[in-house]
Write a protein that binds this ligand. Structure first.
Ligand SMILES: [Fe+2]
Ligand SMILES: [Fe+2]
Length: 361
C-alpha cells in the first residue's frame, strides 16, 4: 500500500482505506473503491489531501482512458489566435502574481491591488465575454497544481460568475480580487506539509486548515475591502455548516466568500491531471448536483451551473456508452442531464440513469 496525493491519483487505483470528510462525519468513498475520473473529482470536491491505495498489480498508466475530458474540442480551440494570446497573457499574469504576492507574504511589502489585479482584468478584457473566457480557461489547463495558477483561475471564475450574477462592475472588481487572494494564507504553510507523501497527522491537518486565518491575518490591517478579507477567512465555510474554520452557516458567511467557494471547488475538481486533460464540465456539474448543492448559495450555484451548461448548448458531446450527439435541451432540475440529439434520436438523460456525458467533442 502507498499514500498518494489526490492530484496524482490515476483511474484504476484501488482505495486501501475508507475515506472520510475532514471532520470524519461522512464517508466519501469506501475501501476497495476502484477510482475513476468521477471518484477522483469527488475526492477533490471534499478537499481530500491524500489517500491510501493498493500497490498496483502492474504499473501501467492508462495512456488514454475512456474518458479523456474534452481533448478534441480543446485542441480545436487551442489552434485559434485568440487562444494563443490568452495563453500567453495567462502565463504572464501567473508569473507576475507569483513575484508580487511573495513580496507581500515574505518581505512584508504593501499590497498594491492594482498591480496584482490588472493582468487578470486585461485577460478578461481581451476576450469575448464571460462564456468565452470560461471556455478558454477550461482548455488552457495543463498539469500544474501551483497555488499561483489556482489563484488566477479562481479570480477568473469568480469574475465570470459575478458577471453571470449581473453584479455591478465595481463589485465584480472586488470579487475578482477576493478570488485572487483567497489562498494567500497557503503561502505561509510549510511546503513539506502540503506535499507530504504520508498521512497527515491530526496536527499537520490542523495546520493546513489554518490557511484561511493565516490569510486573514496578512490582509486584516490593509485598507482592502472587508469582503476580500472575509472571502479569505470564509472560503472553506459551507452554507450547511460543514465547512471550516468556524463552521458558519449560510446567513453568517460573507456573500463574496460564498461565490469564491464555488469558484475554488470548481477549479480544484476540473484542473487537469497527469493522465487526462481538464475534467468534463458535465462530470463536475453532476458532482455538485449529487454531493451537495445545499453546501452553496442557491442563487450563485444555480446561476453558475446553468451558465456553464448554456456555454455548451448545441455542442457535440460523447456519452459514456460511446454515442455522440448534440445538446439540444437543458433540463432545469438536472443540469448535468440535458437532452441529446444523436442522429434522428433524442436521448433525455434524466430518463436514462446509466448514461452521462463523458466528454465534449
Ligand atoms: Fe483554501
Ligand atoms: Fe483555493
Amino acid at each position: 500500500m502507498k499514500r498518494v496525493m489526490t492530484a496524482n491519483l490515476l483511474p484504476g487505483m484501488v482505495l486501501a482505506e475508507n475515506v472520510y470528510t475532514y471532520n470524519n462525519d461522512q464517508l466519501i468513498l469506501p475501501k476497495g473503491s476502484v477510482l475513476d475520473d468521477k471518484s477522483i473529482a469527488k475526492l477533490e470536491f471534499y478537499s481530500t489531501i491524500n489517500v491510501l491505495v493498493e500497490e498496483p498489480i502492474n504499473n501501467e498508466i492508462p495512456a488514454e482512458s475512456g474518458s479523456l475530458g474534452d481533448l478534441s474540442y480543446s485542441q480545436r480551440l487551442r489552434q485559434t489566435a485568440q487562444f494563443k494570446q490568452f495563453k500567453a497573457d495567462f502565463e504572464n499574469a501567473a508569473g507576475g502574481f507569483e513575484k508580487n504576492i511573495n513580496n507581500v507574504v515574505k518581505n512584508n511589502a504593501p499590497i498594491d491591488v492594482n498591480q496584482l489585479t490588472s493582468p487578470v482584468f486585461e485577460l478578461i478584457e481581451t476576450t469575448n465575454g464571460p462564456s468565452n473566457v470560461f471556455d478558454m480557461m477550461h482548455s488552457l489547463r495543463q498539469y500544474d497544481d501551483a497555488t499561483y495558477t489556482h489563484c488566477i483561475n479562481v479570480a477568473l471564475i469568480s469574475n465570470i460568475l459575478g458577471q453571470w450574477l449581473r453584479m455591478p462592475e465595481k463589485e465584480i472588481r472586488t470579487l475578482t480580487t477576493a478570488g485572487l487572494l483567497h489562498d494567500i494564507g497557503k503561502l505561509v504553510i510549510p511546503e513539506k506539509i502540503i506535499t507530504k507523501p504520508a498521512r497527515l497527522t491530526q496536527y499537520e491537518y490542523t495546520i493546513v486548515q489554518t490557511h484561511p486565518q493565516e490569510g486573514y491575518k496578512i490582509l486584516k490591517d490593509t485598507d482592502l475591502d472587508n469582503h476580500i478579507k472575509n472571502a479569505c477567512l470564509m472560503h472553506h465555510e459551507r452554507c450547511d455548516g460543514t465547512g471550516y474554520p468556524l463552521h458558519l452557516k449560510a446567513p453568517q458567511i460573507d456573500p463574496y466568500a460564498k461565490i469564491v467557494a464555488i469558484a475554488d471547488v470548481y477549479d480544484a475538481m476540473t484542473s487537469a491531471r497527469v493522465y487526462r486533460g481538464p475534467l468534463c464540465p458535465f462530470v463536475a456539474i453532476s458532482l455538485f448536483e449529487n454531493e451537495g448543492l445545499q453546501k452553496y448559495d442557491t442563487g450563485a450555484i444555480m446561476t453558475f451551473l446553468t451558465n456553464i451548461v448554456n456555454t455548451y448548448l448545441l455542442n457535440r458531446v460523447r456519452l459514456n456508452n460511446g454515442i455522440e450527439g448534440d445538446i439540444v435541451f437543458i433540463n432545469r432540475d438536472h443540469l448535468s442531464k440535458p437532452t441529446i440529439r444523436a442522429g434522428e434520436k433524442y436521448i433525455d438523460l434524466t430518463q436514462t440513469p446509466d448514461l452521462y456525458i463523458e466528454a465534449i467533442v
